[in-house]
Design a protein around this ligand. Structure first.
Ligand SMILES: CC(C)(COP(=O)(O)OP(=O)(O)OC[C@H]1O[C@@H](n2cnc3c(N)ncnc32)[C@H](O)[C@@H]1OP(=O)(O)O)[C@@H](O)C(=O)NCCC(=O)NCCS
Length: 414
């Protein structure tokens, strides 16, 4: 079937939206089409793969524009790949691959240095040189096991961290400021613009999945708002009279705000279970609980990234150790970027150039992308046969240079 990649305009936007949702097995509500257009999508970044025989859309794709916080705190222009579907009628004919190629070409033309995505299936994106850079946990805990043995807020502490409820209107004015401060200090996070905040906070019954409307609570300390939580109650009974509290998002700017917010959540009565999704790998709660095994943590892949401009991306982040390392990249997908890159790191900053010298260590761009944010250590990738450490000490050097003080985290889905 002949397929042509075409722009999405106001005239085919409704068909495009329906095709995206059908690709994920859901119907789209007419109001959501309006919301998507107004608050979420950038029309010029969308693709419709049109079957030229039937003139119907057989595939959809696109991207959102973000900037990504990298180790050291710089933010780099970032393409957030999204909306990728091929209709069941057009599968396995290369539609998805051709849309991905166009998205990458456009991203590079725009000057974006990194692209990234959340994958529905973990075997889809390695073929496009994406590496799994962030893993995160889904949590489940019975709050009756919520006692702390350790906390940054001790009984005689001066901290005045306190938590209070706000309604949805007030929350809409407070949450974006706290999120924005968090994103500048959190590796792997992207920003949310005002439209996207409206989109995220939309809370009519049809988007609640049978749960309550959202509740919001804020942590304040020293007159500053330093954390928030947004959650729903699931009235489906866990045990007699017990409900589930489902944390949608919990953000803290300080250790004391984190402790105060989780003390608040774990103090609820008539709640038999608390669930929280996409928590950072190094969240301190596990280390605060008296019976940490009660915090069930199930790990899943979160953000996959691809370095689009290798030297610029490598120079954008800071490093944990100075020195010189020659990284060889092999890629069938991007032969134009294959070769050896020498990293000269001085005072935590890298100068990156291509060289004809022999490499110290060899990997694919996907594996370089995986270790780039510091959330994946290279040792297991060597053991897995993915990275080839050629010169002695090269793995230790790579590890020392790329490691970070905290795990990357991306609380924003796209
Ligand atoms: C995933 C999806 C977009 C693939 O579309 P497609 O047009 O059939 O893919 P292509 O024909 O371009 O295939 C590209 C490659 O990926 C492989 N591939 C495609 N779908 C795959 C899948 N579900 N599992 C494993 N491999 C898959 C193909 O075999 C092909 O491999 P090759 O290059 O080695 O031959 C499509 O199956 C789909 O819409 N799935 C449901 C929605 C979804 O999961 N979207 C992804 C959002 S992150």
């Amino acid at each position: 079937m002949p397929i042509e990649l075409r722009p999405v305009t106001d005239s085919n936007f409704v068909e495009w939206c329906k095709a995206v949702r059908h690709g994920f097995g859901i119907h789209v509500h007419p109001d959501d089409i309006t919301r998507l257009r107004k608050d979420r999508i950038e029309l010029e970044r969308l693709i419709a793969a049109v079957d030229t025989k039937s003139e119907r859309i057989g595939g959809t794709g696109g991207a959102d524009s973000y900037s990504l916080t990298v180790p050291g705190g710089a933010t780099v222009p970032f393409t957030g790949v999204a909306y990728m579907t091929t209709s069941v009628t057009h599968r396995r004919q290369g539609v998805f691959s051709s849309m991905m190629a166009q998205i990458h070409d456009t991203a590079i033309e725009r000057g974006d240095e990194i692209s990234g995505l959340w994958a529905t299936q973990s075997d889809l994106y390695g073929r496009f040189d994406y590496g799994l850079a962030i893993n995160s946990y889904d949590w489940e805990i019975d709050p009756s096991y919520g006692a702390f043995t350790h906390s940054p807020i001790s009984d005689d502490d001066e901290s005045d961290a306190h938590v209070y409820f706000v309604d949805a209107d007030e929350a809409a004015g407070i949450l974006p400021g706290i999120y924005e401060q968090m994103r500048t200090q959190t590796i792997g996070t992207v920003e949310r613009n005002s439209g996207r905040w409206r989109y995220e906070l939309f809370d009519e019954e049809r988007v609640r999945g049978g749960l309550s409307a959202r509740f919001f609570a804020i942590c304040e300390e020293g007159g500053e708002q330093t954390g928030y939580v947004s959650y729903r109650m699931d009235r489906k009974v866990v045990s007699p009279d017990m409900v589930t509290l489902d944390v949608i998002e919990q953000i803290s700017l300080t250790d004391t705000a984190h402790a105060a917010m989780w003390r608040f959540l774990l103090n609820f009565e008539l709640v038999g279970k608390i669930t929280a999704h996409n928590r950072p790998l190094d969240d301190p709660l596990w280390w605060m609980l008296s019976d940490p095994r009660r915090l069930n943590r199930s790990m899943h892949d979160a953000l996959w990234i691809r370095l689009l401009d290798i030297p610029k991306a490598l120079e954008a982040r800071t490093y944990n150790a100075d020195g010189r390392l020659k990284i060889g990249l092999v890629s069938e997908v991007q032969p134009e970027i294959a070769g050896t890159y020498v990293l000269d790191i001085d005072d935590s900053q890298a100068l990156v150039k291509k060289t004809t010298d022999k490499p110290d260590i060899v990997m694919t761009p996907a594996d370089l992308s995986a270790i780039y944010l510091g959330g994946v250590t290279p040792g297991p990738l060597v053991e897995a046969g993915r990275i080839d450490a050629i010169t002695s000490g090269s793995l230790a050097k790579l590890h020392g240079m790329f490691s970070t003080d905290s795990a990357p985290w991306c609380p924003h889905y796209f």
